[in-house]
Design a binder for this molecule. Sequence first.
Ligand code: UDP
Length: 326
Amino acid sequence: MKILVTGGAGYIGSHICKELKKNGFDPIVFDNLSNGYKKFVKWGKFIKGDLKKVSDFKKIKKIKFKGVIHLASNIEVGESYKDPTKFYLNNVTGSINLLEFIRLNKIKNFIFSSTAAVYGELKDNSKPIKENFHKEPISPYGKSKLFVERILEDYSDIYGINFCIFRYFNASGADSDVEIGESHIPETHLVPNVINACEMNKLVKVFGNNYKTKDGTCMRDYVHVSDLAEAHVKGLKKLIKNNLKKKNYFNLGSGKTYSVLEVINAVSDYKKKKVKFKYVKNRFGDPSILMSNIDRAKKILNWTPKRSNIENIVKTSYQWYLKNNI
Ligand code: UDP
């Protein structure tokens, strides 16, 4: 069964392709390589294509796809404030073009990679976030993802497309075989930044220590990328077997949170080396706490984030860092 994976050359997409292949699917990667790497496409065919260019869809029009997993998008929140046009063109226009392709080719099963950023700043962030919580994204990035969720709902109602929307919390870690991992340029994410600081004997910048949290630094819910990949394949199988509703929404997180300082300590503990840091001013738009409630994914998909403890996230990220940088 052929599955179209947009953004399949990226960090999360490549882990999903590996999991698809392991489960007997045939992933076909469609990626413009703006943030992905050809060398990450190891488990299926690669087609260079840009979702913004309708003519690029000609390259895949003869292939019979059983489903689509749509990840291709810009993801860096800070960048979305500087260049919202880029985000709306790539994330929204690109998704509409893809949905048109799906409608015209009568593909019924669709998985969309969304984000916890669709929820925005909550009035009470002491409670884990459930899928039905109020959605008021702050950043152009979060808004672009919520717009696509809404468009997808119309496509489902009117054209009969069945979907799973997965809202990721903090994707992290790397494949346990160390074949693929996180490689953003520039790297902005906490775990790879702390590892880099540890190896290079540099200071990690901690963005703010005046949040209402136990140590004043932001708390996040880190979920291992291979756990994310597993959820996608479980969702896809159920969509194909008609074992889900038409419209499905799942948070994907670990259900636990760690502060920035706790992540730094986890890296220190793994390497048995003190990682130095300095406080700098808060990063614009950072909510103090983001914690998922993942009961729905556990119950309906029979999914557990079994690789998502912080020790395993740090270990696999570190192995990947060393493979690439030493
Ligand atoms: N962070 C930090 N220093 C860094 C990178 C991130 O203090 O070099 C903080 C950031 O402010 C946030 C948390 O670490 O509170 C996770 O940030 P990341 O960019 O990894 O993911 P996000 O939560 O923005 O999706």
